[in-house]
Each structure stands twice: as structure tokens, then as C-alpha cells.
Design a protein around this ligand. Structure first.
Ligand SMILES: [Zn+2]
Length: 112
């Protein structure tokens, strides 16, 4: 029941954030996307590159990646990828796509 409640809360959080991001993305990129729409895969690649060129685009990508992880495996979502301990809502609230707990993140940054 704890896992379920956590996944549901996370889902609400992501719904809110991804809705916000999509509204931003739509207004920024709709003209560009319409223009590119009939130009096939190469255009898709260029569109993706353009999206990645923006900070918002990378953020959205990471959010969507996090969403996919959550849907694929809700029971481990919100746990650190390295040590498996729960990230906690405060960390997920501040950084919804966080994959590592603060301890592991620090260790990783020390190495890098
Ligand atoms: Zn950890």
C-alpha cells in the first residue's frame, strides 16, 4: 500500500509538471513543428536536436524518461538507482527526475 500511495502521489506530481511543460513547449515549438511536419525522419531528427538545444527541452526529456521508469516499474520508482534507498518526497519535489539519493549523487560528483 505504501508503494502504491507513493506511485500515485508521484503520478500527480508528474501530471502537473508535464502539463505545464507541454503548454510551454507547445507555444514555443508549434510553429516550428508544423513547418517540419511533412519532411520525414530527417526533420524529426532535426526537431529533436532543436528541442535538445534548449534547457527546457532537455528538462522535458528527463521528465519523460522518469515517467517511463515510473510506469515500467512503479515499485522501484523514487528509489536511488545506486543504493536503492528512497529518495524522499522533498528531493523528488525539488528534482522530479532525480535518480540518485543525495549521498550517491555527491559521491558521483566527487568522482567526476
Ligand atoms: Zn543512493
Amino acid at each position: 500500500m505504501d508503494e502504491r500511495a507513493r506511485a500515485l502521489k508521484a503520478l500527480g506530481l508528474f501530471d502537473r509538471i508535464s502539463k505545464l511543460d507541454r503548454e510551454t513547449m507547445d507555444s514555443d515549438l508549434s510553429a516550428y513543428t508544423d513547418h517540419m511536419a511533412d519532411q520525414g525522419t530527417e526533420a524529426m531528427e532535426r526537431e529533436k536536436a532543436a528541442l535538445f538545444a534548449t534547457k527546457e527541452g532537455r528538462y522535458i526529456y528527463r521528465l519523460e524518461e522518469a515517467l517511463r521508469r515510473m510506469y515500467n516499474d512503479p515499485s522501484t520508482f523514487g528509489n536511488c538507482d545506486t543504493c536503492g534507498s528512497p529518495l524522499g518526497y522533498e528531493r523528488l519535489d525539488a528534482l522530479p527526475h532525480a535518480r540518485y539519493c543525495i549521498d550517491c549523487k555527491r559521491k558521483e560528483e566527487d568522482v567526476a
